[in-house]
Design a protein around this ligand. Structure first.
Ligand code: GLU
Length: 543
């Protein structure tokens, strides 16, 4: 068969000499040991925790040795493309401090651009044409129907499904048959003519999984679709080579395709990059562990963390905890060091599933937020509120000084021990709401209505906003005594039956009246922040 003529017929026109691409995209000039990694999402609009998991490893492994992390958009499948998806990827990852050096919508060194696969059609076609010319690729005219029937037949016979060996009908078409189909205008795809034999095993070293043995590929996979756009398999091989990727970090679901990729790199004459296939994020669901699911688990979407207002460093700490088995110990010893000082390694990545636990993340979040100053917390909350907060919440930031006082108190800054009540921005905003708005509902009082009113009247009669904390508390004790409550805790403990309760119960009444909550930080300080007028009005309202 005249493959050259066939190639010309299938992909007419002049394509650059293949060597010219090697010169156009030269090997990168990087320090020894520096890795070039990439994130290569499809622009589906759904950016998830798995992307962040990969990207965190990509970022660390590239940047800790002076390498490069770039963003490539794998948009070969138009059906899955969503407008604004690329911006969504960039902004979601930027929130978690993943900085790309180059890439789609990022720019950087243009040498390896463009970073959208659809803009690279010419390179792919040039290489497909070459493969046809050397007899390693061929046109396939099978229709969707025929392929479905083939799959059904193979499934019924319990054989491996796909287009291979004796099932690869178009692989052995004669020259005459091919041209007849072409003349009849039949649509076609281009398939790889695989030379692999599944009896043969290939030993392969994965940076995470270690030595793995895979079976040689014998599938004649599609490399160019009927619209002239390549498949993922083909496009990624070309791109990882010409973007000079040294380490491909991706989910283990791609391990099954590795034999195809090995054959593609080989037939294209490219050196195989190193691969690191990481495990999937799992969730404990009752007795079983399962993969996080888009349908069932809102926490799979990165959008969730922004809407809830998770502190980016907390999420990063948790990602690193899940990614590298020795991170947690390092972090315990070095809680305040920049995370970049941790020596990240692919070998320390988990080989089997990483268990994602939102409670664990929440604990880390509480801890991370408790390290902030009131000003830092304020800035974090404000950024969240500007994007996701209600108009009322946004207005809370108009009085910056008050907000600092509120946060200082709620975070226990200056106290004996820092409080760890804040998990996320939305939760913190909810927590501090009573400083800015009268509570619409209040916790249940544990005294009867008459006693409650007597206590609150007593308070109004004695209240002086100029009292310091001590004098203020002395007055609460007086109110206790006047209403049949023990003014001293020790007296109450000695004879609980002689009292209606203790001074603590009296303070609780006042606390609920002031804040709506039975549990709050120091009440005297809260009333100081609220001011005389607001304190009185709230108490009156409860009477
Ligand atoms: N476009 C593929 C995906 O979104 C990329 C896989 C890879 O990293 O090679 O899953």
């Amino acid at each position: 068969m005249d493959y050259k003529a066939l190639a010309e017929r299938l992909l007419p026109g002049n394509y650059p000499d293949l060597d010219s691409y090697e010169k156009l995209y030269p090997p990168r000039d990087l320090p020894k040991g520096a890795q070039v990694t990439r994130l290569a999402p499809s622009p589906t609009g759904f950016i998830h925790l798995g992307n962040l998991f990969s990207a965190t490893a990509d970022e660390r492994l590239a940047h800790q040795n002076g390498g490069v992390l770039y963003l490539r958009i794998e948009d070969t499948d138009l059906k899955r493309k969503v407008d604004g998806a690329v911006e969504a990827v960039i902004s979601a990852l930027k929130y978690f401090d993943i900085k790309f050096d180059e890439g789609a919508e990022i720019g950087g060194d243009e040498t390896y651009a463009p970073w959208y696969q659809r803009q690279r059609a010419e390179i792919y076609r040039a290489f497909v044409k070459h493969l046809i010319e050397i007899g390693r690729a061929y046109p396939c005219f099978c229709t969707e129907d025929e392929l479905t029937k083939l799959r059904e037949e193979q499934t019924a016979k319990k054989e491996i499904t796909g287009y291979y060996g004796k099932y690869a009908k178009c692989r052995n078409l004669t020259e005459e048959e091919i041209y007849k189909n072409l003349d009849a205008g039949k649509p076609f795809v281009i398939r790889l003519r695989s030379m692999g034999n599944p009896e043969n095993k290939i030993k392969f070293h994965d940076e995470i999984k270690g030595d793995v043995t895979v079976t040689e590929n014998d599938q004649d996979v599609v490399i160019l679709k009927s619209d002239g756009i390549p498949t993922y398999h083909f496009a990624h091989a070309i791109d990882d080579h010409f973007m000079r990727t040294t380490l491909v970090i991706r989910g283990e679901e791609w391990l099954a395709s590795l034999p195809i990729h090995i054959e593609l790199f080989h037939v294209l004459g490219f050196e195989l990059p190193h691969y690191a296939h990481h495990c999937s994020l799992m969730k404990q669901d009752g007795e079983t562990r399962r993969k996080l699911s888009k349908r069932k688990d809102p926490e799979l979407s990165l959008e969730f963390y922004r809407k809830e207002g998770y502190f980016p460093r907390a999420v990063k700490v948790y990602m690193l905890t899940l990614l590298n088995s020795n991170f947690e110990e390092w972090y315990l010893k070095n809680p305040d060091k920049p995370l970049e000082e941790f020596k990240f390694s692919a070998e320390k990545m988990s080989k089997s599933g990483a268990l994602f636990d939102l409670d664990k993340l929440n604990d880390i979040s509480k801890n991370e937020l408790s390290k902030l100053s009131a000003e830092e917390m304020l800035d974090f909350l404000k950024v969240w509120a500007d994007e996701f907060g209600t108009a009322a919440q946004k207005s809370w930031f108009m009085d910056r000084e008050k907000m600092v006082q509120v946060l200082t108190l709620c975070m226990g800054i200056g106290g004996k021990k820092r409080r760890k009540d804040f998990t996320t921005a939305s939760q913190a905003m909810d927590f501090i709401k009573y400083f800015f708005e009268r509570p619409a509902e209040v916790d249940e009082y544990r005294v009867d209505g008459e006693t409650k009113r007597a206590i609150l009247h007593g308070f109004l009669a004695k209240y002086d906003p100029k009292d310091d904390a001590q004098s203020w508390f002395a007055k609460i004790k007086e109110i206790a005594a006047e209403n049949g409550f023990a003014a001293e805790m020790k007296d109450y403990k000695l004879a609980p039956d002689s009292y209606k309760g203790s001074v603590a119960d009296v303070a609780e009444v006042l606390r609920i009246a002031t804040t709506g909550k039975a549990n709050t930080p120091d009440l005297w300080t809260i009333q100081q922040i609220l001011g005389e007028k607001e304190t009185k009005e709230r108490v009156k309202e409860q009477i």
